[in-house]
Structure formats: C-alpha cells, structure tokens
Ligand binder design. Structure first.
Ligand code: ANZ
Ligand code: ZN
Length: 831
C-alpha cells in the first residue's frame, strides 16, 4: 500500500467538505443544541501562531465531537477589529486602519481555514462593520437611557505613548496594557458605564457558573467588596495660619473626616489618622509651619504610580499636617498625617490608623514614633485577627464582632458613623480619544445637554479620513472633522456638536455572542427567538488574561439586558475554559511576534500536514497547562499517523484476520480481550473529550494503535478487526479530520463522510475489566470463591479475603497468624 499523502488528502477533502457544507449550524429541532464559542479575536498583523492553535484547535475538536454526538452545533467566528493596535499600525505605516484590519482579518480567516477549524463561516461578523456597530451604539444608548452611562470629570490614567485614556482594568503594574509605557494621570471629561451598580450581582452570580476557580477569584478580588463602617472624626485644632481663608470657621470640628474601616472594633486603638496626599481637606487643615513640607511631600507622591504606593513591603513615608482630630469616643487629640499608602480612590481616602492590629499602620507608627495601643486580645499569633476587645472603655470584654457592631450603632445614633460597604471596582471608563472605534452616539447641545442620537439615525458612521493621528491634547482626532462634528440637536433642532470620543473596544465584545445565532438580523441587535434557543453559550474558550476585562464587562451588559427585559438569562457563559499559554522552546517565553520566537501554523502544515499539527497541539500537554512547543516532538505524531494508515490498509487488505465466523482462541470467553480493549478505548475517549482532556485523548489513540499492532499475532475474526479500525477512525476524526476521512473512504470503502457519522458507542459491560475468581482458604481448606478484577493487587486480595463475612465466620474471632497470597489465584489464611 502506498504511503499516506497528506497534501493530496488536504486538497481533495477541503473541496469535498466545502461542497457538503459540513460545518453549517445544525437546525434539526429533534436534536439538542450546543453553542461553542471562542473569545472574539483581535486580528493582528502578525497572523496566527501555533500558540493561537491551542485555542482554536480544541474548540474545533469539541464542535466536531458534539456534531458526532448528535447535537446541532453553533460554532461561529468573527472579528473584534476596532482598537488601538490597528490604529497604531495604520499611523506608523500611513495606511487607513480599515484597509489593514480587512487584510488582517482575511489572513486570520485563511489560517483558520488552513488548519480546518470547523466554523460556520456564513455567520462571520466584524465589529467595524456599520451593520454591527450600529447595535453597539444602540446598546450604549440603552445604558444611557437607563442612567448607566454618564459623563464625569476625573483624573484618569493616560498613556503617553498611545495618547489615550485607559480604563483601570487596562493599567497593569502602573503600565499601559498595550504598549507597556508608564501611565500618567490626566484630568478630562469622560464617559463611564456604571458597572459599580452591578457589583453585588456580579459577585453573587459567580456562584452560578462553571468557571475556573482562579478566574472567579480574580473577579471577586477586582470587585473587592469589604464590609465595614464609616466613622467620622471631627478636626479638633483649628489652624491659625489659615484663618484668612474664606470659609474658614473658628468653630473646632467644622471639618469632618470620614474614614472607612473594616475593623470598627479597633476604634480605641486609633492613635492617628492618615489622609491620602490628594485628599481635598489636606490643604485646609495643614498648619502654616507644616505647609512647605506637606506640599513637597504631595509633589513627590504625585510621581508614584498607584501600584508603587500599594506595595506592602515598601518603606512607609508620610508627613504630619500639624492638625489634630478628636477621637469620637474618648475625645482624645489624634494627630492627622498624610501618607501615600492611603489611596484617594478607595473608601473615603482617609483611614484611622491602628498600629497594633494593622501591619502598615504599625510600620508607620514605628518609623514616626506614634503611640501603639493594644485593643484586641487574639488567640493565636496573628495580631490582625478578630478577638476580644480590651482597653476599649465600656466595650472591653466584648468580642470583636459584638463590640464592633455596638460601636457602629452608638456612633450611628450620634450621626457620626454608619455601616458601610466599600468596593474596589470603579465605573468602567468607556470613552477613548481615538479614531478607530465605535463613535459614541451622543450630540452635545448647549441648551439640552447630552442628547441621544435617535435610534432611526443609527449608525452614527465613523467619518472617513486620513487624518487619524492623535491630537496630543487629549482630544479625539474626530474633533478635527468639523463638518462631521457640527450637527443639530435631535431634541431642539438648534446647533449642536457630536461627541467626538469613540468607545473602548471592549464595548464591541460585550454583546457579540448574541449576534451569532442570527448574524444578519436587521430589526434589532439580536434575534430574540434565536438567542432564546442558543444562549447562554455552553462552552466559552479563551485566555485567562481577560479575567477582569472582557469577562466582567460581558457579564455586566448581560445583566443590563436582562433588567431591560431583552433576554431571560443573567449570565452569558455557562461554562468557561482557559487554554494554557504556549511557550517557545527558543527562549522559554510566550510566543509573540515582538519576541521573534513565533512558529506559524503555515510552516508546520507545509512540512507535516494539518492533522499532525492539530494532534500535536493537543498532545503537547493538558489543555489548561503552560506548555512548550518543540519542533522535534511532532515527529512522534507523524509516525503515529503513518502507522495508523499502514495498519488500516493491512486490515482492509485482509492481512491480519481469520475469516469472520471462524472461532478464535480468545473469543472462547464471552468478551474477548480484543473487544474489551475497543470498548474501553471508546469509553476513555468519550470521557476525555467531554472533559477537554485532549492530550490524554491523543495518547489513548496512540496506545490503542500499539495494542492493535500487538494483536496482529493473535487470531481475531475479520469482523472484529474491521470494527476496531472503524472505531479508531471515528474516534480520531475530530482531531485528525483528513487522514480519518481518507481511511474511511479510500481504505474502508465508505461512500459518505466520516464527519457525518455518529460517535461510536461503548457497552459498559464489555468495557468492564476482566474478572478472575480467587480461591480463599482458611488453614488450607477451601472456604470461599471471590470474584475480583483482573490485575488486582496482593493487598486488595488479602483485604477482600480477610473481610469477607463468610470467612470471618470461619475465623470466628481467632487471631490471624499468617496470610499467604498467590497473586491472581489464591489467599490462604492461617489462624
Ligand atoms: C482600621 C483598621 C484596623 C483597619 C485594623 C484594618 C485593620 P480592605 O479589606 O481592603 O477593604 N483602608 C481604608 N481605606 C483605605 C485607603 N483609601 N487606602 C489604604 N488603606 C485604606 O481594607 C480596609 C482597611 O484598609 C480599612 O480598615 C483601613 O484600615 C484600610 F486592625 O481601618 B482599617
Ligand atoms: Zn438641544
């Protein structure tokens, strides 16, 4: 038989499958539905590497597996093509981003087709298509009308390199998530989505979804819900140096400083207050003597990133303001300091410092020689734990829980405190001062304020221009296109200006999964009937790096849609799976074009074929593990495919079989070991595929092939040989679509596609391990026969024999002196 020619197969079957329309979404109402979706990819100029295949091959295999299991499968693909990288590339190369993204999308698609991803391409969507972003704008207006989109002036992260504002989620370790530049703060008027209004629901509903625990934890931490109290300290000592300030009051306690604490039980140990350097009261309470020093400290703090400031083990710095507050319980004078470890963006931007029970406060108190008073007695070593209150006036002797609640209740009665919940999450900053995005559909009218563009006028089209470079003054390039900017107010008809900011690209990906069930629907963003049928997404697959970005935003929008009565579910993705990162063998780094360590699917396919690439990508390691690409490793897979081809040919050619019906020695047993092996393999493969354990699936196929080769020396009926080869072909079909089709049709002689066959079934009874009979003796006399699995260990044989109730009767309480085990045969108990 001739050697397998992968190139010929790829050529022949690609055309054949296309003609069959093999990957079109099933619509058989008798069948169950299954929606398997990849994260919305952003097509970059570099194209796909084999690293991306760790995402797209498994989802394709899962889609194929479900098709064979009798599901209608929705497995679509589209492009999240707005965004900074395309725009930066365009500026650098002087080409319009429209052109570059078109080119990049086409290249991604070509590569996905190259590796035979089984997408239903008739459903392809593109976020830069006006028919798509029209609905992104529609959703913006939905949020706007529901009071969930608003404008505010704020100090925002600004990337000097990308020249745009960044959301908190897009600042990593004080750097821009895209380009890595150190970010700065800038004061600008921005649009926000009120994700904070959904913080509690985003937290609670994590319990209802099958997501990796580490992603849930990241979301919980990002939302950062803390239960505690706000306690108000009055400023006690007025500042004579500021008496000329307008608004200054001689009355002590005119200024109030609310602090947020999770530990009201430690109030009696609060020996000083600390304000964030940006706290608005700092300028007012600082005494004349301290003013210069305080101003110098503030200037210094401004240069540090939030990340630097929060680093726990960093040496604490701070400065005394010269002012004192009054302790709300004792009236004691409490010095007010400022320090950069207190952040303005959290709680109230001010804390009561409790040096005995908080590590940061302790370090600070030690450095500046501030009083340290113990107010909690704890059981163990951990002084920050809850315990019993001491040195706490009337509250001494109470537990932290009870006493803390009493303190808050008492303060609340005096109007000086209350229970409070703080969240770390901030509203989602949505506006970008960039060209290549969805225009925000708002018109600013001098009389009516911000007015929604009427639905009938959507989309607000992105004007065509070649002048898309950023302005550098924080304004969008769209602001330069005056004929586009100048418009009339939809409400009063007077002259008005269009909003010139575009939306963060994450808006586009917050709803795309709703579009696929009917991507050409024109009467709304999605077809409600089709969405009711297909959503939530059954399996959603992508990288863990989007844990607090896309995955949080999409959940938020879904809840808004639910509240608006548009959909009937609150979570978009029932099950989430994160593929592991692929490292390069060259430098041990994540594969990326910027590191120059990329292996492309194109080169691998040219040398080894699509099937080998697909199987190898899966075989490299567990789906969710970090693994290293090894160019040499793939030869193991190609060898396996060659042997499989050869064996299939030999079986079909009648080389390894006895005529069907002829008795073989192994088949004297009701289930021959040959058959058992087949049923076990089907069972194992079904399990592995269901669990996304594709590496063990490939390994199972490899060992099964070895087993089959070993069976060549035994006499197996022809029908069983054929069944075995058909089974391995069906089981391997989702992973290696080409060679299995070639064997199915050219070798086994079928006339229809292997990809239209049902997944093979196994019989649990036939897959069960072979059983043996073990003889149990007591003092050498046969007392019982026990059935055990073949291959049972000596220990298990001993255990089972001694504990058999029947044998216990014979032993009758006597001490066991010795147990003799003959593996697989006999246990003799000597008493
Ligand atoms: C007194 C206290 C005593 C505190 C004690 C802790 C332990 P989480 O759990 O993260 O919510 N804090 C409050 N606002 C802050 C800010 N803007 N910047 C820095 N730290 C701030 O932390 C809440 C605790 O962090 C609060 O409770 C406060 O310190 C501090 F034994 O108040 B605690
Ligand atoms: Zn108006």
């Amino acid at each position: 038989m001739k050697q397998y020619d992968f190139k010929a197969s790829e050529k022949r079957y690609k055309a054949y499958w296309e003609a069959l329309d093999l990957y079109s979404t099933g619509d058989d109402r008798e069948k169950p539905d299954y929606y398997i979706l990849d994260f919305f990819p952003y097509p970059s100029g570099a194209g796909l590497s084999v690293g991306h295949c760790r995402n797209y091959v498994p989802t394709c295999v899962d889609a194929r597996f479900h098709r064979m299991r009798g599901y209608n499968v929705l497995h679509p693909m589209g492009w999240d093509a707005f965004g900074l990288p395309a725009e930066n590339y365009a500026i650098e190369h002087g080409i319009h981003p429209q052109q570059t993204t078109q080119k990049f999308c086409a290249n991604y698609k070509r590569q996905m087709k190259l590796i035979e991803c089984s997408y239903d391409w008739s459903r392809e969507i593109n976020s830069t298509d006006p028919d798509y972003y029209r609905w992104t704008q529609w959703f913006f207006l939905l949020l706007f009308k529901r009071g969930l989109a608003y404008q505010a002036l704020g100090s925002q992260w600004w990337c000097p390199q990308c020249q745009t504002i960044l959301a908190n989620e897009q600042v990593e370790n004080g750097r821009c998530w895209r380009c890595g530049s150190i970010v700065e703060k800038k004061e600008l008027k921005q649009w926000y989505f009120k994700i904070t209004a959904y913080a509690d629901r985003l937290l609670a509903d994590l319990e209802t979804i099958a997501w990796p625990e580490h992603i849930k934890t990241m979301q919980r931490n990002w939302i950062g819900r803390s239960e505690g109290a706000e306690i108000v300290f009055g400023v006690k000592i007025k500042n004579p140096g500021f008496s000329k300030n307008p608004g200054f009051s001689q009355k002590p306690g005119f200024w109030e400083i609310p602090v947020f604490t999770t530990r009201p039980d430690t109030l009696y140990g609060a020996t000083f207050l600390v304000l964030a350097p940006e706290h608005p009261l700092v300028a007012q309470i600082t005494t004349a003597e301290q003013r210069t020093a305080v101003e110098a400290y503030i200037a210094e703090a401004r240069r540090k990133t939030e990340m630097d400031r929060q680093t726990a083990d960093r040496e604490k710095t701070g400065i005394f303001t010269g002012a004192y507050a009054s302790h709300p319980m004792t009236g004691a004078a409490v010095p007010i300091w400022i320090a950069d470890y207190v952040l303005m963006g959290y709680g109230t931007g001010a804390i009561m410092a409790v040096p005995t029970h908080d590590g940061r406060d302790n370090a600070f108190a030690q450095k500046y020689d501030l009083p340290i008073v113990q107010v909690i007695e704890t059981d163990g070593e951990d002084v920050t734990a809850w315990g019993t209150m001491v040195n706490s006036g009337p509250f001494s002797g109470l537990s932290s829980e009870v006493g803390g609640a009493k303190i808050v209740a008492e303060l609340a009665a005096q109007g000086r405190g209350r229970k409070e919940i703080s969240y770390k999450i901030r509203d989602w900053l949505i506006s970008r001062q960039r060209y290549w995005g969805t225009p925000i559909p708002i018109v600013h009218c001098p009389d009516c304020g911000p007015v929604a563009v009427p639905e009938a006028e959507l989309p607000v089209r992105l004007p065509d221009t070649h002048d898309f470079a950023p302005t550098g003054d924080g304004r969008s390039p769209l602001a330069r296109i005056t004929e586009w900017v100048n418009t009339t107010c939809p409400q009063c008809g007077g002259p008005a200006r269009r909003e010139t900011d575009t939306m963060d690209g994450f808006a586009c990906s917050s709803w795309y999964f709703l579009r696929f069930p009917n991507p050409h629907y024109a009467d709304g963003p999605f077809d409600p009937e089709a969405v009711a049928r297909w959503l939530p997404v059954d399996t959603y697959v992508g990288g863990a790096e989007h844990a607090v970005l896309h995955l949080l935003y999409a959940r938020f929008w879904t809840k808004v849609m639910f509240d608006a009565g548009l959909i009937s579910f609150e979570e978009p993705f029932a099950q989430l799976r994160n593929q592991g990162v692929l490292l390069s063998a060259v430098d041990g780094q994540r594969m990326s074009k910027s590191k120059g360590n990329v292996v492309t699917p194109d080169e691998v396919v040219a040398r080894h074929g699509v099937d080998a690439l697909r199987a190898y990508v899966l075989f490299l390691g567990p789906f969710d593990a970090e693994v290293t690409w090894d160019d040499e490793g793939i030869v193991g897979v190609t060898r396996f495919l060659r042997r499989y081809w050869k064996l299939a040919g030999e079986v079909a050619g009648g080389k390894w079989q006895v005529a069907s019906g002829e008795q073989s020695p192994v088949s004297s047993h009701p289930v021959s070991s040959f058959e058992r092996r087949m049923h076990q393999v089907i069972q194992q493969m079904t399990h592995d595929m269901t669990q996304f354990r594709f590496n063990t699936a490939v390994a199972t196929m490899m060992t099964y092939l070895n087993d089959l080769v070993a069976f060549q020396n035994e006499t197996i009926p022809a029908s069983q040989w054929r069944q075995a080869i058909e089974s391995i072909t069906l089981l391997l079909a989702p992973i290696c679509p080409f060679i299995t089709e070639a064997i199915w049709q050219e070798v086994l002689g079928h006339t229809d596609s292997v990809h239209r066959q049902a997944w093979p079934a196994f019989e649990a009874g036939k897959a069960a391990d072979e059983e043996i009979t073990v003889v149990v003796q007591v003092n050498g006399r046969l007392r019982e026969r026990l059935t055990m699995a073949a291959g049972v260990t000596e220990d298990s044989m001993r255990e089972a024999a001694v504990h058999s109730p029947n044998i216990q009767n014979y032993i009758n309480g006597q001490a066991i002196r010795k147990v003799i085990v003959v593996p697989g045969k006999l246990v003799n108990i000597v008493v």
